[in-house]
Design a protein around this ligand. Structure first.
Ligand SMILES: Cc1cc2nc3c(=O)[nH]c(=O)nc-3n(C[C@H](O)[C@H](O)[C@H](O)COP(=O)(O)OP(=O)(O)OC[C@H]3O[C@@H](n4cnc5c(N)ncnc54)[C@H](O)[C@@H]3O)c2cc1C
Length: 291
């Protein structure tokens, strides 16, 4: 339970952080909240020779809105997401999901950037960001690039991040009026990762669902976008029968790992149930019947 030895760096600017990562290459890892990386180092699953701590880089923190897009700094903590009146007003799905993550201690230090960059399929923000059509802003030695959250994950702990690149921020389009969203997470106890969870964002025009995104947590090697389930509901006047069909399509893409949270059948079934609940609550919210 004691990590290997490492050299600790605490740059004050993003440029310095990128330079350090470039200089030390494969031997360096970024340190954000440390709540995923340090446990892995203690178990010796990760043995970086250099840790580049981002906590002094103020430009990576905070939440603003510019022209209908929310800009969230990668080093913004879960508790800051939860406390944000801007997010509560413009995109309540993000604080709603953050409240379901871990426990107060973890939420105090853990960052949204670390949660997304880690590439752990049991983390909650990846599916939420896919459902919100978020973009991720990456900065490396070659400059800045913007990639969609949907497509960022190549496998478990394997993302589009290139060596030396840092996730610096997340851009979330403010959902238009007539939108509704919900994140439904089944967990065994407070502080646990999801047995299964589902994020749904939809947009209504009268009785018709103009657009819907559905993404699942912890039932595959990465967060999963449920494209075929979305196709069942988009353009439709949604009823129980269509929701049932979408739930079956969502369950069909599940391939959960077997662990103490349950076997394949149970977790797949629960992913379906979380999807059903998330669709129904998102619909009620879009119609203004539920907060
Ligand atoms: C008891 C416990 C329960 C938990 N339960 C949940 C849960 O229910 N849901 C959930 O989503 N998470 C959960 N977590 C994980 C927690 O949310 C972590 O904080 C999160 O996974 C990583 O964020 P971090 O800021 O701590 O990143 P770190 O641990 O510092 O970093 C994680 C990884 O991401 C890399 N990284 C970090 N930031 C960046 C960046 N900006 N750019 C590029 N790479 C970066 C690091 O190099 C490292 O490889 C739990 C953790 C614990 C200890």
């Amino acid at each position: 339970m004691i990590p290997g030895s490492f050299e600790y760096h605490r740059p004050a600017t993003l440029d310095d952080a990128v330079s350090l990562l470039t200089e030390y290459g494969d031997e360096a890892r970024v340190l954000a909240g440390g709540h995923s990386l340090l446990p892995m180092m203690k178990l010796r699953f990760a043995e970086p020779a250099h840790l580049v701590d981002l906590n002094d880089i103020d430009t990576l923190k905070g939440i603003t809105e510019e022209q209908g897009v929310l800009h969230i700094g990668a080093m913004t903590t879960e508790n800051e997401l939860i406390a944000s009146s801007l997010l509560r007003e413009k995109c309540p799905l993000i604080p709603e999901a953050a409240e379901l993550i871990a426990d107060p201690q973890v939420r105090n230090r853990g960052t949204i950037g670390g949660d997304i960059a880690h590439g752990d399929p049991s983390n909650d923000h990846p599916a939420v960001m896919m459902a919100l059509d978020a973009d991720l802003v990456l900065r490396g030695p070659a400059g800045e690039r913007v990639v969609p959250a949907d497509g960022f994950y190549l496998g478990t702990y394997y993302t589009l991040l290139e060596p030396g690149e840092i996730l610096i921020g997340i851009r979330v389009p403010v959902p238009p009026s007539g939108s509704g969203a919900s994140y439904q997470k089944l967990k065994r106890k407070t502080g646990d990762y999801a047995t299964a969870a589902s994020a749904v964002c939809l947009q209504m025009e009268g009785d018709i669902c103009r657009k819907i995104n559905i993404a699942l947590t912890n039932v595959g090697p990465t967060a999963l976008k449920a494209d075929e389930a979305m196709q069942v509901l988009a353009g439709q006047n949604i009823n129980d029968s269509l929701v049932g069909e979408a739930v079956r399509k969502a369950m069909a893409i599940c391939d959960p790992a077997v662990d103490l949270r349950g076997d394949v059948e149970y977790r797949t079934h629960m992913a379906g149930e979380m999807t059903r609940r998330a669709i129904n609550l998102a619909l009620e919210r879009a119609r203004g019947n539920r907060s």
